[in-house]
Design a binder for this molecule. Structure first.
Ligand SMILES: [Zn+2]
Ligand SMILES: [Zn+2]
Length: 252
């Protein structure tokens, strides 16, 4: 199986290493690489920044991707959009359904082992509301914008706390249904070791495409697709079950 790492960051957004390091490590690992820095945050704020970012990527044998926040409205003009091989949409906060958002930076830092300290900033009583509104966000985003990949869909504190409930299984099925309807690939994440095998199996049965990604932010995380390989083995995924960008990638 050819491994693709399509969810990666560099110091053009919030990772700590330059693109040169990313490219050389992934090449050594034998991965096909796509770079997907955050757009409209963390260093790439304006359309001119996006243009510069794409110009840098053009100098390397990589797919040109981007990760966008589902909470923000995304407006990329056609001339830049045409140069993007794929767009990953992910949720980085929990909408409370009343116009507010609970930021998840602290949760992500703790869960990725970046910090030990974590102060809970949401109400567990609201868990089902958060997840329900995230379904609405996904539906709105998928039906109004270009999205190729749904990033780290289940990496949410409300999701963790509802583990094992029938509600959560239904929620996962709703996510699978939206991906299917809008032809969006479900990401299997190396960093977050998510989604779980059960959801991946149901997504597979529903005929979804998957995407591989390390979501690396520090050098040690580059190209870590161990969890993806484990899921390929466990669920019996084949090469054709994975999303591949359309453009022919020239590699020497
Ligand atoms: Zn993300
Ligand atoms: Zn990311």
């Amino acid at each position: 199986m050819q491994l693709y790492d399509l969810h990666t960051h560099t110091n053009m957004s919030d990772a700590r290493f330059p693109i040169e390091d990313l490219v050389s490590v992934e090449q050594e690992q034998g991965h096909i690489l796509g770079v997907s820095d955050h757009l409209f945050c963390c260093g790439i704020y304006t359309l001119n920044d996006v243009k510069n970012y794409l110009e840098v990527l053009q100098q390397f044998p990589v797919y040109r991707g981007a990760e966008v926040n589902m909470e923000h409205k995304l407006n990329i003009p056609d001339n830049l959009d045409d140069q993007l091989d794929y767009i990953i949409a992910s949720v980085h906060s929990m909408p409370d359904g009343r116009g507010g958002f609970v930021p998840l930076n602290a949760y992500f830092s703790k869960r990725s082992g970046h910090t030990d300290h974590y102060e809970k900033n949401y109400s567990s009583d609201m868990n089902r509301y958060y997840l329900a509104y995230i379904i609405q966000l996904m539906e709105k985003m998928f039906s109004t914008q270009r999205v190729d990949i749904l990033g780290h869909a289940t990496v949410l504190p409300a999701y963790d706390e509802l583990h094992g409930t029938a509600f959560l299984t239904q929620w996962e099925d709703a996510v699978i249904g939206l991906c299917k309807k809008h032809d969006v690939a479900l990401e299997i994440s190396g960093l977050w070791r998510a989604p779980g095998a059960d959801m991946i199996r149901r997504a597979y049965q529903a005929g979804l495409k998957f995407s591989m990604g390390s979501d690396c932010h520090n050098a040690l995380q580059i190209g870590n697709l161990a969890y993806v390989e484990q899921m390929i083995e466990e669920v019996g995924l084949q090469q054709e079950d994975f999303f591949v960008p359309k453009r022919e990638l020239y590699r020497d």
